[in-house]
Design a protein around this ligand. Structure first.
Ligand code: SAM
Length: 252
């Protein structure tokens, strides 16, 4: 039990539950399609933090045996409905990715796309989630995760400035508002996908934090260009300054 963690999970459930219709109607990204294309046919996959099945359902259509898990009942209901409508076979489970209800080595691959990890407060809980994703993945299998990049050059440096100001204000709040359990990079945001949806929580990760989270693991930071197989010359730069940072962890 951790009060901060439990409180944020309630925020996630309310926020993502209300935004489920948006995620049901959003398509697979090119990077995600590229990852799925590289996965051996008929593999057993876990989609961790699957939401309304945005990745799970297209993956099932590609012939993978896929299970989606999410903490939000509304999202799982939306995913099941979409799977039924599209006559797709996929399994959906309600659960927390920091404590997965699966046996060790149950899946060939595990996906954790679209910043699910950034919806988890507290460094040790994010690390716990990553270790859980690895635990349920078979030896030699791979975990693909997407992280927010706190120091992205998107919007020409505006976001870097905004994030530095936000962390400075948090430094003051930590002292004067007793927010000792907040971490730099934590923020609450107004829902912008579905009108009237409750606020969401995010934790912005820097590449330094990503490296600390993955310490001791066999991981690689991969650029969008590497994933999609084009413009490799730019990938060194893009790897560190894109809004999203993809990571592949190989289970040894
Ligand atoms: C940005 S959405 C992405 C949903 C989906 N992966 C997609 O790409 O459309 C983040 C998802 O993570 C889920 N989530 C947040 N914390 C979680 C946790 N501890 N365990 C399982 N799911 C969680 C939320 O409910 C939400 O559906």
């Amino acid at each position: 039990m951790n009060a901060r963690y439990d409180q944020i999970m309630q925020v996630n459930i309310a926020h993502f539950g209300a935004e489920a219709p948006y995620y049901s109607n959003t398509k697979l990204w090119n990077t995600e399609r590229a990852i799925l294309k590289n996965i051996k046919p008929f593999s057993k996959i876990l989609d961790a933090g699957c939401g309304a099945g945005r990745v799970t359902i297209p993956a099932a259509k590609m012939g993978f045996e896929i299970t989606g898990i999410d903490i939000c009942q509304n999202s799982i209901n939306a995913a099941k409905l979409l799977a039924t409508k599209q006559k797709v076979k996929a399994k959906f489970v309600i659960g927390d990715i920091t404590k997965l209800p699966f046996e060790d080595e149950s899946f060939d691959y595990t996906l954790c796309p679209r910043y699910v990890i950034n919806a988890i407060p507290l460094f040790h809980k994010r690390r716990e989630a990553i270790l859980e994703l690895l635990r349920v993945t078979k030896s030699g299998g791979e975990v693909y995760m997407l992280f927010f990049n706190k120091f992205t050059t998107k919007k020409f440096g505006y976001l870097i400035l905004k994030n530095i100001i936000s962390d400075t204000l948090l430094f003051i709040d930590k002292i004067f508002k007793n927010r000792l359990d907040w971490e730099y990079g934590d923020y609450f945001y107004e829902a912008n996908k579905i009108k009237g949806a409750p606020i969401g929580f995010g934790h912005l990760t820097s590449v330094f934090e990503i490296k600390a989270l993955l310490k001791g693991l066999n991981y690689k930071i991969i650029s969008e260009e590497e994933l999609c197989g084009n413009r490799e010359w730019i990938s060194l730069i893009s790897k560190f300054f894109k809004y999203g940072v993809w990571v592949k962890i190989t289970k040894t």
